[in-house]
Design a protein around this ligand. Structure first.
Ligand SMILES: C[S@@+](CC[C@H](N)C(=O)[O-])C[C@H]1O[C@@H](n2cnc3c(N)ncnc32)[C@H](O)[C@@H]1O
Length: 269
């Protein structure tokens, strides 16, 4: 029952991309159907029901398309009893560097749904959830850490950060992940694209060091890859701490750490 329903949702979510051409439409269908994160997000109570969600490096915005299709289906009264209600009053904003993907997202979902921007430098507005799926590998180590620190500052207390990255300690599946990414970059003519991976334990340490309560889940089911989903909650308590020099060096956050940052919880001291 839920398999059929999810297939219907994917079909409905991909429909707005038809006007953007066959590639954009097929890509949306394939991505939503083949990547286990999307079913996981609908079938688990993770996303807030209201507020603002930022999807950083959103590509053509397929997460927004899926959440809209889910809200419509739920409103029509056709929804699995064991799935949480999809977010009904959550505003989603995608940010995408590639002009072409941003244009596709805007044409399919509306100009407010996706904005063109560089997440390394743009100001992050206050928000309730941030999703960053398979994006940080394109940033350098210091840029990764700086962005996560800005996410901690932008999120409301209790806010959610969903981060997915490949686990550099993931053995053969990791090597397949990296190879597939290198091949994808090459087909786009980006032979020199640098890819920066970290072991999952290092991502967790970085998030915990920023005051997030963090859980890590494998998120590659049905694929040969070594991806991990980090479910990170910004602490409700906002205690200022001074990180040790060891933490600063490890996380490469020395240039972005400001004394007044309130995203560190007592847990990290
Ligand atoms: C592998 S795709 C993932 C897209 C989307 N998160 C998803 O899961 O469908 C990575 C995306 O991140 C975007 N990206 C990379 N660096 C970025 C940056 N500095 N600012 C904004 N987007 C960026 C790329 O253009 C690409 O669309």
């Amino acid at each position: 029952m839920t398999d059929a329903l999810f297939r219907d949702l994917v079909t409905a979510a991909a429909r707005p991309y038809r006007r953007c051409g066959r590639y954009a439409w097929h890509f949306a269908r394939g991505k939503l159907a083949g990547d286990p994160i999307f079913l996981h997000l609908l079938s688990h109570p993770l996303l807030p029901s209201r507020g603002m969600l930022l999807d950083l490096g959103c590509g053509q915005g397929v997460l927004t398309a899926l959440l809209r299709a889910a809200a419509d289906r739920h409103a029509a009264g056709d929804w699995p009893a064991d799935w949480p209600a999809p977010p009904a009053a959550l505003v989603t904003r995608g940010v995408e560097l590639s002009p072409k993907r941003a244009r596709i997202g805007q044409a399919a979902l509306g100009s407010d749904a996706v904005i063109r921007g560089d997440i390394r430098s743009m100001a992050l507005p206050p928000c309730d959830a941030i999703v960053i799926l398979d994006v940080l590998l394109y940033l350098h180590r210091d840029e990764q850490a700086a962005l996560l620190a800005r996410c901690a500052e932008a999120l409301a207390p209790g806010g959610l950060l969903l981060l997915r990255e490949a686990d550099a300690d993931g053995g053969l599946p990791f090597r397949i992940t990296r190879w597939a990414e290198q091949a994808a970059c090459a087909t786009r003519g980006r032979w020199r694209q640098s890819l920066t991976y970290r072991p999952a334990v290092e991502w967790s340490g970085l998030l915990v060091g920023l005051g997030f309560e963090t859980e890590a889940l494998p998120m590659s089911q049905g694929t040969p890859f070594a991806n991990t989903l980090f479910i990170a909650r910004r602490s409700n308590t906002t205690v200022q701490i001074c990180p040790s020099s060891h933490e600063i060096a490890d996380a490469s956050i020395d240039r972005v750490m400001k004394p007044q940052t309130a995203a560190h919880s007592a847990r990290t001291s």
